[in-house]
Design a protein around this ligand. Sequence first.
Ligand code: SAM
Length: 207
Amino acid sequence: MAGRRKHVNPFHFRAHPEGIDLPAALPFPPPYEVHIGAGKGDLVLELARENPGTPFIGLEIRDFLTDGANRQAAALNLKNAVFINCNVNISLDRLFAPEQVRRFDIRFPDPWFKKRHHKRRMVNSRLVEEMARQLIPGGDIFIMTDVEPLFHEMAALLSSHPSLELAPWNAGIIAGDTHWQRHKSRTGAEIHHALFRKTVPSDQRTA
Ligand SMILES: C[S@@+](CC[C@H](N)C(=O)[O-])C[C@H]1O[C@@H](n2cnc3c(N)ncnc32)[C@H](O)[C@@H]1O
């Protein structure tokens, strides 16, 4: 169990969400909108309420957060939001088939500032590869952070993928804000964000 620590070392969290039956948990067919590192789930819950025809999935490594968010979804009678306790660096490939996701939304991933901890950063080349495989053509990945070096690192990983390209975005495309987004905005932090779009169907890649 991940416990109530603020940061979970992804190398020490091995639970796999094998028991999850997504079609049963979410009575909507794909494509899904997936929030990685969903935290308390506030944005997913808000978006699910505003878009009852869109299925939203929050992935989160800390179980008490997924438990709390699922309880809130039930209390709000939201049928189109589900939260799954998992380490995306281990389990993402078990959750979705190719071309089942319309958007991956990653806001304020843990920065792991110390150089010796950089290997714990969530967005790495393997995760990018898996997200690209699971996106529908035209689907996208949104990233946001106030940590500039981390932003450049994530943007470089995403831009170097042969199926992904930087896309323009505006508040109409990416709605809402998260707990950390509000907190960082209040402190006046500079917030960096970018949208990457999948341009090539998974089976037409040459690289
Ligand atoms: C700084 S918080 C940001 C939460 C939310 N996105 C927001 O903007 O308010 C980062 C979140 O990512 C989660 N997380 C970190 N590593 C993860 C992993 N490997 N798999 C799933 N969730 C992860 C953390 O537990 C935490 O809730």
